[in-house]
Design a protein around this ligand. Structure first.
Ligand SMILES: [Zn+2]
Length: 234
């Protein structure tokens, strides 16, 4: 003859199973959430792209400066080797030389700005790499520990479910049907203890004395008038 009281063993086992299933779902969600690592990786990639993008304008400015200097050197040769005697031609060379000097100044300013920007970007990149590597390491360790915990919790479940099968087979089908239905409706709790004062520990309602006596006898299903849980005398 199955006892209503044994239903509470089933309830406790169901909580154990539910807790483990919730923990497994939480582990899976945490394992799937790679957002922190990805954010750090994106920041690192963006800085690498930015730094690489600075190389081309820098080379361009350096080439421009070289070209300008080459042309200035050519002009200087012409100006000082005495081969140019025509005053107009001389003036044109001097004017071109002055323009070139101005352009060189502009290119040098541009180059300096690019070099400063590259240095700043490099510093940010070093920092971003350090942050990414730290997060990446933490994430690898976290995944390992999640994997280990998942395996541990998963390995416990078959035994719990086997035990559940035994407890279920000992209960009357009607009792079990009520228990399962209320459990679905009441957040996983189908049976609740009642203390000596008649307080339902599922919903904190005090049940009438006559009901309490029936619960105490433990030979029939008595449901809480408020939360419908099957009452078990504590
Ligand atoms: Zn209740």
């Amino acid at each position: 003859m199955p006892s209503i009281r044994d239903l509470y063993d089933l309830q406790q086992l169901d909580w154990d199973i539910q807790n483990r299933e919730e923990e497994l779902a939480d582990i899976r969600a945490r394992a799937a959430d790679d957002s922190r690592r990805l954010t750090a990786k994106r920041q690192l990639d963006a800085l690498e792209t930015k730094l690489a993008g600075l190389a081309r304008p820098r080379r361009q400015a350096e080439n421009n400066i070289e070209d300008i200097e080459r042309r200035i050197a050519e002009i200087d040769v012409r100006l000082y080797d005495g081969s140019v005697t025509n005053p107009r031609e001389l003036e044109a060379y001097q004017e071109e030389r002055a323009n070139l000097s101005g352009n060189r100044g502009d290119e040098e300013d541009k180059l300096l700005e690019l070099m400063i920007e590259a240095d700043d970007t490099q510093a940010l990149l070093d920092k971003a790499r350090e942050i990414f590597e730290r997060i990446d390491g933490e994430r690898s360790r976290e995944l390992e520990s999640l994997k280990a915990r998942h395996a541990e919790v998963s390995s416990e479940l078959p035994e719990f479910k086997e035990r559940r099968g035994e407890l279920v087979s000992e209960q009357a089908p009607m009792t079990l049907a009520i228990y399962e239905q209320v459990r679905q409706l009441r957040g996983g709790q189908g049976a609740a203890l009642v203390d000596r004062r008649g307080l339902c520990q599922g919903c904190r309602l005090v049940i009438p004395t006559t009901e309490l006596q029936r619960v105490r006898a433990g030979d029939q299903v008595v449901q809480c008038g408020s939360c419908s849980r099957i009452l078990i005398y504590a």
